[in-house]
Design a protein around this ligand. Structure first.
Ligand SMILES: Cc1ncc(COP(=O)(O)O)c(C=O)c1O
Length: 407
């Protein structure tokens, strides 16, 4: 830190210059990590609400009771979206993101398993499950058993049946998975988990704000939420297709008393009872307030409209891929997340050619290929994307880099 502070204008100027080196979200050339709507009304609502709640702390619900009420309302809204039965207690919490929701659920499943006398609790998950399960295993001393995929890029159910035992704390079903955008067989997975008394966590971090609206738009969506017997918890990220800034996810449990394992209470210090329902202690108010505001503003109709436009874009791109001989979609993606593979082309080379045209497509390693998550903002660039992609498929060099990073 400098001894003397800089001038206000200098600080802003420096940050503007530095920010310009990162991609411009509104250019619609990114296909993951961010979910821009391109809608001025939503952006302005989010900015105003964030400003209003910039310095609040959601740690203590007695100090900020109305913020706590907003959080409860967000949890109830997401509970309703995911068909959780209404009860007198709140059956979940808001967290900072999908990873935190998953970490908490894994730790709660571990506590349930230990209470039943399970000595070495295990997570059973397909190789398409998010790395957050490996992180949970490493943080909480759980063992992660990985299941291979079948030829539709979904968990191999025979392998799953063999892997689950009385030591299984929880089995994971992705609805839908990040790498390929395909839906796992939630009903079958939950039933296999139930057969050994294990829990089933549904990872709807992406799907939680996609599938309920696809269903309302008339698309056939296999059951994935609390309507499925045996599903014990669900994570759904508001900061993905809920269109709020980062720092907002919801973890829900079927049964009220599971939250008792999640809430941490402590009174052996000099400042009275300390209670916290998530991993973070102090928590920002803005993600709660912006989640509440965007959901209140859009309503089901607003989310359905956005989903319709995302799917129009995604379908246009998928149709182009289906009509391109050398490239194919990986599996059968249900929503706006698609992966591409090819046994004829170097898709990393296509990715690099697209990069030169300004498009940041993600890379997959298995199968080697490209990966895109569509957002409403892509509506304005979809024709240009398709024509540049066609050109890149027909005219590209081999890849210079083998690097594929989650992006
Ligand atoms: C299926 C799935 N689960 C969990 C996560 C983790 O979410 P976060 O990055 O918000 O921690 C992601 C992130 O992309 C995801 O796609």
């Amino acid at each position: 830190m400098n001894l003397q502070g800089k001038l206000y204008g200098e600080v802003i100027g420096e940050l503007k210059a530095r920010k310009s080196k990162d991609p411009d979200l509104n250019s619609a050339h990114l296909f993951g990590l961010v979910y821009p709507t391109g809608r001025e009304d939503i952006e302005s609502l989010v900015s105003e609400v964030s400003q209003m709640y910039l310095f609040e702390n959601a740690l203590n619900p007695f100090k900020f009771p109305e913020l706590a009420h907003l959080e409860e309302e967000v949890i109830t809204t997401v509970s309703n979206l995911l068909s959780r039965k209404e009860t007198s207690r709140r059956g979940g919490a808001m967290t900072s993101g999908g990873t935190e929701s998953i970490l908490l659920s894994m730790n709660v499943h571990k506590a349930r398993a230990c209470a039943k006398g399970i000595k070495s609790p295990k997570i059973v998950a397909a190789t398409s499950a998010h790395p957050a399960y490996a992180k949970a295993a490493s943080y909480f001393d759980l063992e992660l058993i990985q299941i291979p995929l079948d030829n539709s890029f979904r968990p191999d159910l025979d392998a799953l049946k063999e892997a689950v035992t009385e030591q299984t704390a929880v089995v994971i079903a992705s609805a839908f998975c990040y790498p390929y955008g395909v839906m796992d067989q939630v009903e079958e997975i939950a039933s296999i988990a139930q057969s050994v008394g294990a829990g089933c966590h549904v990872d709807a971090c992406i799907g939680g704000f996609v599938l309920p609206f696809l269903e309302r738009l008339g698309k056939e969506v296999p059951p994935f939420d609390f309507r499925v017997p045996g599903v014990t918890s669900i994570s759904a990220d508001v900061h993905k297709y809920g269109y709020v800034p980062k720092g907002a996810s919801v973890i829900l449990y079927r049964d009220d008393d599971w939250m008792d394992h999640q809430v941490f209470l402590y009174d052996k210090w000099g400042s009275g009872l300390y209670g916290s329902a998530s991993i973070a202690g102090a928590r920002p108010g803005a993600p709660i307030a912006t989640s509440w505001a965007v959901m209140a503003y859009l309503g089901v109709t607003g989310y359905c409209e956005l989903m319709k436009s995302v799917m129009t874009v995604s379908d246009q791109f998928s149709d182009l891929v289906r009509s391109t001989d050398q490239v194919e979609l990986v599996g059968n993606p249900i929503g706006p997340v698609v992966a591409l593979q090819s046994d004829q082309l170097d898709l990393f080379g296509v990715g690099e050619t697209m990069e030169k045209k300004g498009w940041h497509l993600n890379r997959n390693t298995s199968p080697r290929g490209l990966h895109l998550m569509f957002s409403p903002i892509h509506e304005k660039v979809i024709d240009a994307l398709c024509s540049d992609f066609e050109e890149a498929v027909n005219n590209h060099e081999n890849a210079n880099s083998e690097q594929a990073r989650y992006s």
